[in-house]
Design a protein around this ligand. Sequence first.
Ligand SMILES: [Zn+2]
Length: 450
Amino acid sequence: MVNKGPIEVYAVGGYNEVGKNMTAIKIKNDSFIFDCGLYIPPIAELEEKTNNYTTQQLRRIRAIPDDMWLEQQGIRPSVRAILISHAHLDHVGGVPFLAQRYKAPVIGTPFTMKVLDCIQKDNNIKIPNQIKSVPPNSSIKIKGDKNYDVEFIHVTHSTLQCTFVVVHTDVGAVVYANDFKLDNYPVLGQKSNIERLKEIVKSEGIKAFIVDSLYSEKYAKTPSEKIARYMLEDLFMTLDNEQSAIFVSTFSSHIARLKSIVDFGKILNREIIFVGRSLNKYVSAASNIKMAPFIKDIQTFSYSDKVKKILRKVNENRKNYLVVCTGHQGEPGSILDRIAKNELPFQFRGDDHMIFSSSIIPTSINIENRDKLDKKIRKMGTRIFSDIHVSGHACREDLREIVKILNPENVIPAHGAYEQLLPMTELLKEMGYKQNKDIHLMQDREKVVI
Ligand SMILES: [Zn+2]
């Protein structure tokens, strides 16, 4: 059957906030959902009270996408697949709570699906949906009114096996591009597969481009992960003869960054230990797909008694260890938070070192939590090294680059609130696009037909 457009695009979540990403598209009788993420800040508050939450609780605090709206739009029965772009919680974290509402498989790259497996176990949930792993740079056929090719094209970001998800339709390709950066020197894994994108442009053209516009206001090109690696190397060289404690905290899902930390940690001749549950979770998912080359150089500790035991040892022989731990956002319950509250048998002292290979995700709760944490650590006289980090998100000039390459017919800025998405519309206007004609600036619970 010939299935010519139009295509309906539904902004479900991630258009009023940085989090709970979800977008749906409908072509005649077939729909696809892209991503199903969590909005973390309200959960951080909830987590102080409980560890296991229900879908209803998460809906009430608006931590998951409002897919009830999607249901009101009549989309639910036509969903053929839930397509997950990458392993960050704001993209995959909602799946255990919402996927069972759809008679559709959940599909993503092996690393992403491994992480999904871990978060299901963490929440004591087992979704009934079929789970399908598709290697980066390959495709899968989805049956609807017609057969669709859905392609997962590798792009660089700040976790492993991140992809642009491409749904091929009779009126051109729909490219879902949350999240990415254009890194010419990735520390782990391949460069973005621009060649394949160019082929698609040539063979069928891009009908719609749903794109991570979070940093579209930054007049810059996002620096390569290699820069963060040099920053770490530079810092570790100066710490070479130190006798005091060295702690590092970074995003647990940032496997390339963890690799750099271990690589340079080795020159310090210290035992490298990873402490905290989320670190263990992502590292074991990476190891499972053979993408944690540093696994032989580290020991991991996640359970309470073992964490206490090893931290007691660190406290007594601080010069023997390099500790990589959770807590760079000051998250309640993280290792750093518990150390600062004297709940663990390690105390920071003067001349100890606390390295944050991260940036603060700018929500009021994170800023407040980190501020409290920093004050407590500083009070003990410890040296703090902040922002040993580069971002995983494209800046304005990367966005210009990718739009030039893809030359899409329609652009839908995504991954942020109105203020974050607006600069992307200005960039697009510079490039000859027109608001409401081929630029579609959307909010959560809005639909556009293209
Ligand atoms: Zn991401």
